[in-house]
Design a protein around this ligand. Structure first.
Ligand code: SF4
Ligand code: SF4
Length: 121
């Protein structure tokens, strides 16, 4: 299977996850969004308009998928939007559905025992 290491700004030329899943969240999160950006799913959940249909595409997604995209409400995006991370399972599922190459998850090399080191000033 083909795969590649993602760059930090990989989302800017992708957008697949904004046009693949139903992006739903607890209804109260939608209060911070423009009213027409959300649709009710049931009594407890709402979703981004355009994502609860056969060919989903979030109303807030601007641009062309796989070329250049942006989120029209990035700062106010839902917790569900924030959950998807570059190269995770959801990301790669969406990318494959849009005929894009999956990403390899690269381990972060953050130290877990920084407490044992003193700052040299
Ligand atoms: S599918 Fe992955 S790379 Fe594409 S926009 Fe979503 S998180 Fe970013
Ligand atoms: S609100 Fe933004 S990040 Fe969330 S699905 Fe829509 S375009 Fe994507």
């Amino acid at each position: 299977m083909l795969s590649q290491v993602p760059t930090q700004d990989a989302c800017l030329s992708c957008g697949a996850c904004c046009a693949y899943f139903r992006v739903s969240f607890y209804w109260a999160e939608g209060l911070a969004m423009p009213k027409h950006y959300t649709e009710p799913v049931n009594a407890v959940y709402s979703c981004m308009t355009g994502t609860n249909q056969k060919s989903p595409r979030c109303i807030a997604l601007k641009g062309e998928i796989g070329q250049q995209v942006s989120c029209g409400m990035y700062e106010a995006r839902s917790s569900s939007c924030k959950e998807v991370q570059i190269a995770d399972e959801q990301c790669n599922k969406a990318r494959k559905a849009h005929n894009m190459i999956a990403f390899i998850q690269v381990e972060s090399f953050e130290s877990t025992n920084d407490d044992d080191f003193d700052q040299v000033s």
